[in-house]
Design a protein around this ligand. Sequence first.
Ligand code: GMT
Length: 373
Amino acid sequence: MNIGITCYPVAGGSGIVATELGQKLAARGHQVHFISYALPFRLDSYQQNLYFHGVETTAYPLFKHPPYTLSLAAKMAEVTCQYNLEILHVHYAIPHATSAFLAKQLITCKIPKIITTLHGTDITLVGSDPSYYDITRFSINASDGITAVSTYLADETKNVFKIEKPIKVIHNFYDSARFSPDSQACKRRSFAEDTEFVIAHISNFRPVKRIIDVIDIFDRIHKVLPSKLLLIGEGPDAILARRQVTKKNLTDRVIFLGNQNRVEAVLPLADLFLLPSEEESFGLAALEALACGLPVIGTSGTGLVEVVEAGVNGFLFPVGHTAEMAQAGIELLSDSKRLAGFKEAAHTLSAERFRDDKIVPQYEEFYRQVLNG
Ligand code: GMT
């Protein structure tokens, strides 16, 4: 198939899923064309059957914000006709599904099918904002196929947007070539003593990730068990996190790594992963941690319930219940036999359910279904 993929190119779950999907589809012989304003951040090496088309926006004094949605639509239409795209697969509804709808009106060759994958905050936060609600609903409904990354998100979308079309659930996956308990990890934990536990968190440091809860859970754990906290990622709440770390006298215990291209080299160095988010449609960071053999402590009532098997490879508690989260972490880390069992289950269950070779064919099948429908 000839497939166009549009996503946000910056570090973040939706961009990662879109990029790795494109890479896997290209490896399976499809022609894949990425269309975005910059090279997606995990698209870091040349691959056969994979192309990138940059979208340029022109600044003009009248524009407060250059109209990217329009430039993207025009580029989608151009690339579709140049490369006979059969499918335009957009990741994150806003504004990509709207650009795809516009592109369809522009196209003078064979009209491609539009598939929109909903990732989470496009529904739970941004899309439901009154200023975006109607256009988001319209653009999702105008798609020929809709997927969501969890049943939790599909249900939220139906409730919030009253979407009547079927929404196919296709879970996030991890790239098995990158992630495994011993994948390319530098085996030396230069930042921690052998007797210390290492606890990790990865996110875009937005309020939804509750970074203060991450630090609170860690603070409670380290008071009982000597440990270090690895914080990976960047975002608006990173400054809050630094302030809190200083306030709690944790500066020699918390390591800020910033954005990392190769998290698969860092995660296997840790013993436990924290993701106490307010909302999480799936939790790709948690899945990548599980794939590296890390048990996960996160929040119930979110899409994490589809990723983490509570009591088997992690624990889930209601949002904000940091004392319980810390207690569960302390008990697990203190029991080396149980911890080893959780680590093993983290890897095996994530491989059984979410390895790339289980999920990518589901997208191929969905493409065929939409093309034939
Ligand atoms: O986590 C983020 O805020 C980034 C966001 C994105 O769109 O890049 O992630 C969302 O999409 C991921 C991939 O499908 C999901 O695994 C994340 O759970 C989801 N984030 C939220 O729902 C908060």
